[in-house]
Design a protein around this ligand. Structure first.
Ligand code: BGC
Length: 759
């Protein structure tokens, strides 16, 4: 064991989460004795389901492979009938009748779509997040799916990276909590019994292992280069949390880690994941990752496949490298039979844990489709949760909530745009089934107010960019001058203007990096023109990433970030706009003043030449920009409510502690405004004396509380030694004595502070 491993092992405490599943070893060993080498390799092969016409599964490529025992699983195929047919081919036509595992990117819902994961994390509501994935599992499993490629837990500090939309933002603590909640929602109890005994839970797959979110310059699939300390302290914790919650599978990432593609990185896939963390599920590659290794210049398909297997990869998504080259590598001695057996065993174990050997059609019950998918109850839950994810950034003069009266002009390319409400990665969504914001608003206000609509502008002036960002979710294009004139005419008739603007749904997500994070040209011009009318304007910003809203902050009275709220976006926005619910979302990412600040994150290091937090001018020979301030436009943890909250000073149970005890920190939070509302109380710490440089602050706890008007509550956090510990230069998880700032408040910059001394 090398030095790093020895020390990591010290920090491991949860080995053995997956209790031995009864009868599994014996069953799998018995089955494997009957398997040929080819059949074993077949289990390691995963392919997209493709387009299957009902009744013709046998004739497809995957059908033929399934019949020949050359396929372990399929993914991203929708429809229980088609899936059942393929399953029947595997079970009835192949020699050993081993069922397929059936995957899909069920990333934020199946047909009932929840807000994109980035938005979900802004709810800071772990119960809600768990509920969202429980419902996603129920719907997906009713339609034949038993495995989802979620949660995506990549920490993302750079908003240029489009896949920031798929994760839980920039913070490892919040990200870990979200990861845990998601895994529990999909799979049920960490011991796997819910998944084994029911057919409405599915296996989760935490991705992308790992550091994918640190793609250089925010360009997708790009190089990653990171110190071990950075990995251990900031990037790995959410994966670890998913493993501790019992996640059944892990997807490796496209990027390199220490200059070795993650797909073939033994340190990552075996030493950290299995030896240190005790993971005993299976590892699948990302889409054709093995096939990409030759492009990196790290071998041929044959040598890359051998390297990936030896590093700890069990299943090959799409490259066909395992299927077509490992037998030859075995002959040549570059892989062993034991390595192939180990991978095969892990795949069979996953199928066993899902109960597929008991009943291969467990997830193929057509009668569930009507009963369990896109139900009224699921949609109501999605609506409630979506309303929790919106972040109110500005509300000057209490423009919001709106009253249902007079004339409301609803303007913008996202206002009546069904396909773009749900956000990225919704393989199973049927957007025809849910309303646009305009339709929802008309329904909600009824006869009490008049709602006028105009598209107002294209998404952006550049038609090619708009088209590239549509990816099947088109926004109609028109002449920008004509669209603007129409919008101004409509706005003139209104008492208040609500603008639904931003990027389209697929301008974030995979392969959607952007080098400019401002609101698009034509939308900005439209906003400028609208401000000339002198009427109150509310900007609803649709985005899958932080947007630069500097001009908007200066010139508009109200801004709410609504991200992409899923199928119930329209009604949920109305719930908040008209005051049925007070906004409670808080940013899980920092919103920049300017794109040039990226990567931008609150838990940064101080430097030896810092400027003060909030400094608004340039200081020579200090660490700052000449042309833009250092701090974000809106900080991590920020979000307004319709009410106001007051925080007391912090009361520590003791001002000193040792490395073996704990203390409590308490504040009293009061609702001093005139709405009942939720508040998210946040705890941060700062290690003031450490051998390695530590962040200026780090989130270590939060509580979502409800306060009625005039109500006060005490909120207490227990501060434990592990909250004050970190991975030091030697990668020891260590608590160093000295001074710590304990900070509690309503966001990462409005905090009261108390000093704790650790002896
Ligand atoms: C993505 C994964 C996804 C996989 C299968 C890849 O391109 O990176 O997140 O799970 O495709 O659809």
């Amino acid at each position: 064991m090398n030095r790093l491993l020895a020390t990591l092992a010290l920090a491991s405490c949860t080995i053995g989460i997956h209790a031995q599943v009864q009868g599994m070893d014996e069953f799998v060993s018995g089955l494997m004795q009957k398997m040929t080498l080819e059949e074993k390799l077949g289990q390691l092969n995963l392919l997209p389901g493709g387009d299957i016409t009902t009744g013709a599964a046998m004739e497809t490529q995957v059908g033929t492979l399934a019949k020949n025992g050359q396929l372990g699983g399929i993914f991203n195929i929708k429809g229980v009938d088609k899936i059942r047919e393929l399953q029947e081919v595997a079970v009835k036509r192949s020699r050993l009748g081993i069922p397929l595992i059936v995957g899909m990117d069920v990333v934020h819902g199946y047909e009932t779509i929840f807000p994109i994961p980035l938005a979900l994390s802004c709810s800071w509501d772990m119960q809600a997040i768990e509920e969202s994935t429980r419902i996603a599992a129920k719907e997906a499993s009713a339609d034949g799916i038993n495995w989802t490629y979620s949660p995506m837990v990549d920490i993302a500090r750079d908003a240029r990276w489009g896949r920031i939309a798929e994760g839980s933002g920039e913070d490892p603590f919040l990200g870990s909590e979200c990861a845990k909640a998601m895994v529990l929602g999909y799979q049920g109890k960490a011991d796997g019994t819910d998944m084994m005994n029911n057919n409405d839970r599915i296996m989760a797959c935490v991705k992308h292992f790992t550091m994918y979110g640190a793609s250089e310059a925010g360009r997708d699939y790009n190089t990653v280069d990171m110190s071990r300390q950075c990995m251990l302290n900031y990037y790995l914790p959410p994966y670890r949390a998913a493993v501790d919650a019992g996640v059944g599978s892990v997807m490796s990432s496209f990027n390199i880690v220490d200059y070795v593609p993650a797909t073939a990185n033994k340190w990552l896939l075996t030493d950290v994941l299995r030896s240190d963390w005790g993971f005993n599920g299976f590892v699948v590659t990302d889409y054709n990752s093995i096939g990409e290794m030759p492009i990196w210049g790290t071998g041929t398909l044959k040598s890359a496949s051998a390297r990936a297997l030896k590093a700890g990869t069990d299943m090959d998504m799409c490259s066909n490298g395992f299927l077509t080259t490992l037998a030859q590598s075995l002959k040549e001695g570059t892989v062993t039979e034991e390595q192939i057996n180990t991978a095969c065993r892990r795949i069979l174990e996953a199928k066993y844990k899902l109960g597929l050997f008991n009943d291969p059609y467990k997830y193929c019950v057509p009668s569930r489709v009507k009963k369990d998918i896109f139900t009224k109850e699921h949609r109501q839950t999605a609506r409630r949760i979506a309303a929790e994810t919106f972040v109110l950034l500005k509300n000057e003069g209490n423009v919001l909530p709106l009253q249902k009266k007079g004339t409301i002009a609803l303007i913008g390319p996202l206002a009546h745009n069904r396909a773009n409400m749900e956000g990225t990665w919704c393989v199973a969504a049927v957007h025809e089934k849910y309303p646009t914001l305009y339709e929802a608003m008309k329904e909600v206000v009824g006869s009490k107010a008049k709602v006028l609509y105009a598209q107002g502008s294209n998404i952006c002036r550049d038609a090619a960019l708009q088209e590239a960002g549509a990816f099947g979710k088109q926004t109609p294009r028109g002449d920008d001058n004509v669209l603007r004139e129409e919008a101004l005419r409509i706005a003139q008739q209104a008492d208040v203007i609500v603008c639904a603007m931003g990027e389209s749904a697929e301008m974030s997500g995979e392969s959607s990096s952007r080098a400019n994070l401002e609101l698009f040209d034509v939308q900005h011009e439209l906003l400028e023109a609208l401000t000339q009318l002198g009427k109150p304007i509310i900007l609803l910003n649709f985005a899958g990433r932080p947007t630069v809203l500097a001009w908007e902050k200066k010139n508009l009275p109200a801004i709410m970030n609504v991200w992409f709220g899923g199928s119930e976006t329209g009604p949920a926005i109305c719930d908040v706009l008209f005051g049925k619910t007070s906004p409670s979302g808080k940013l899980s990412v920092s919103l920049p003043q300017s794109t040039g600040q990226e990567p931008l994150y609150y838990n940064h290091m101080n430097t030896g030449r810092p400027v003060k937090e909030g400094a608004d001018r340039y200081y020579k020979y200090q660490s700052n920009y000449m042309d833009v301030r250092n701090d974000p436009l809106y900080p991590f943890g920020y979000g307004l409510s319709y009410t106001t909250f007051k925080y007391s000073d912090i009361r520590l149970s003791r001002g000193t502690m040792t490395s073996t005890d704990s203390i409590t920190a308490t504040v009293t939070v009061s609702n001093t405004g005139s709405y009942d509302a939720d508040e998210i109380v946040q705890l941060y710490i700062h290690d003031k004396e450490s051998s390695s440089v530590r962040p200026v602050k780090e989130l270590k706890g939060f509580q979502r509380i409800h306060l009625t008007r005039g109500e006060s509550k005490e909120v207490t956090f227990t501060i434990t030694p592990s909250m004050l510990s970190y991975y030091d230069y030697d990668c020891h998880f260590t608590l160093e004595p000295g001074q710590f700032d304990i900070m509690i408040g309503t966001n990462s910059t409005s905090l009261s502070r108390s000093l704790l001394i650790v002896e």
